[in-house]
Design a protein around this ligand. Structure first.
Ligand SMILES: [Zn+2]
Ligand SMILES: [Zn+2]
Length: 349
C-alpha cells in the first residue's frame, strides 16, 4: 500500500501524519491495540479517533483512550499477534474497477497472514502468502517507505500453514531472506499432511536441502505434519490444529494457539474440533463479505460461529473489497472488530 499511497503528495502527507496508537484497557491481557496504518486521505479519522478501538475486560468496545507510542509498553511475558494482512485472495481494493476503490487506508489489505511475536524475540508466522516480503519488511504497516524499516522481521521459529491456496503460500520463497539472516538455519512449516505434500510438490526447490542446507538461491525449509486435536509446541506456544471445511475448495487447518484461535478460509468446523475452541480469549475469524459465498464465511455465518464459540474478543479477517472498514466499524457488535493490516492484539504466552 505504501507504494500506492506514495503516488501523490497528499498520500505522502498522510503517511507523515501517521501516529502509532495503542488503546489500553484496564486489563492489559485483553487489550486489542489497533494501530492505524495512516489516517484516511480525507482526514475523517484522526489517529486516536474513531478509527481505533479496543475491547475492555468485558469484551465491550472502548472508544477514545490514551495514544501510546510503541510495543515497548507491552507487559513482560505477553505475546503480540499482528494482523499482517487481512484481505481476500486478490488483496483489496482491486485495480481496474474505479467504483470499487477506497481512499481509506484501512481498506487497503494485503493477502491474509499473521505473526506471533514473543517476549523473548520469538516469531511464529501464520501463512506465507504472496505479500510475505512486504509483511516481513513492514509488519505493522507503519513504515514511511524510505527510511530503514526498523521494525522488520529478521528471524522466525516456524510457520503455521492453514492450507496450500496461492493466497496463503505463494510467498514461500521470501523465507529465503530469513534463512540468510539466521545464518542458514532451516525453517519448519507446520501443517496438515495433505497441504505439506502440495507445498513440496509445487515448491520442491524450497525443500531440496531441508534444514541447514540454505543456499543463496533457495530457502531451506522442512515440513512437520501435525495431527488435528494433538497439541504440539512451537517457540513455547501450545498449538492444536482443527480441521475445517473450505466448502467446495477442500479442507483447511485452523489453529488454537494458547487461548487464541486463527480460523480462516472456512465454511464450517469439524465438530470433533469444536471442544478445542472453547474458552478462547481471542478469535481471528474468516469473514469475506455480507453475501453468502461457497468457500468462506459470510457475516451471518461468522456471527453464528462467534455466538457458538463465545470468545472474549473477535477480529474479522480475509475480507473482500465490499467490506468498507468505516461502515462496518459502526455496525459490528460489542467484542467484534474488523481487522486492518498492522492491527495488533496481546495475548498470554
Ligand atoms: Zn484465502
Ligand atoms: Zn483458501
Amino acid at each position: 500500500m505504501t507504494g500506492l499511497m506514495a503516488s501523490s503528495d497528499a498520500a505522502l502527507e498522510c503517511l507523515r501524519r501517521t501516529v502509532p496508537v495503542r488503546r489500553m484497557s484496564s486489563e492489559s491481557a485483553v487489550t486489542v491495540a489497533h494501530r492505524p496504518i495512516a489516517e484516511p486521505v480525507d482526514g475523517d479519522v484522526a489517529a486516536g479517533g474513531s478509527g481505533s478501538c479496543a475491547l475492555d475486560s468485558h469484551g465491550g468496545l472502548l472508544r477514545g483512550g490514551v495514544p501510546l507510542s510503541s510495543d515497548r509498553d507491552m507487559p513482560p511475558c505477553m505475546w503480540e499477534l499482528i494482523i499482517t494482512g487481512c484481505g481476500t485472495s486478490h488483496g483489496n481494493p482491486p485495480w481496474g474497477y474505479p467504483e470499487r476503490w477506497s481512499t481509506d487506508p484501512r481498506d487497503f489489505r494485503r493477502r491474509a497472514g499473521g505473526m506471533l511475536k514473543g517476549p523473548g524475540g520469538e516469531v511464529v508466522l501464520i501463512d506465507v502468502g504472496p505479500d510475505l516480503g512486504a509483511q516481513l519488511r513492514d509488519p505493522y504497516r507503519d513504515w514511511d517507505g524510505r527510511s530503514y524499516p526498523s521494525r522488520c522481521i529478521t528471524r522466525t521459529d516456524g510457520v503455521l500453514l492453514t492450507h496450500d491456496h496461492a493466497d496463503h503460500c505463494h510467498g514461500i520463497n521470501e523465507l529465503r531472506q530469513l534463512n540468510r539472516l539466521m545464518d542458514g538455519a532451516g525453517i519448519p512449516i507446520f501443517g496438515l499432511s495433505s497441504h505439506l505434500d502440495a507445498l513440496r510438490s509445487t515448491f520442491g526447490y524450497c525443500f531440496s536441502g531441508g534444514n541447514g542446507a540454505y543456499s543463496r538461491s533457495s530457502p531451506a525449509l522442512s515440513t512437520v505434519s501435525v495431527m488435528p486435536g494433538q497439541p504440539f509446541s512451537v517457540a513455547g506456544l501450545t498449538i492444536t490444529a482443527v480441521t475445517m471445511s473450505h466448502g467446495t475448495a477442500g479442507i483447511t487447518a485452523g489453529f488454537r494457539i494458547n487461548d487464541v484461535a486463527w480460523l480462516t478460509d472456512l465454511k464450517s468446523i469439524d465438530p470433533v474440533g469444536l471442544p478445542a475452541l472453547k474458552g478462547l480469549d481471542l478469535l481471528v475469524l474468516d469473514m469475506l463479505r455480507e453475501e453468502e459465498h461457497p468457500t468462506h464465511l459470510c457475516w451471518a455465518e461468522a456471527e453464528a460461529l462467534i455466538a457458538q464459540l463465545a470468545p472474549r474478543r473477535t477480529i474479522l479477517t480475509h475480507m473482500g473489497y465490499q467490506c468498507r472498514y468505516a461502515a462496518w466499524e459502526e455496525r459490528l457488535p460489542d467484542g467484534v472488530v474488523m481487522a486492518f493490516d498492522g492491527m495488533t492484539a496481546q495475548f498470554s504466552g
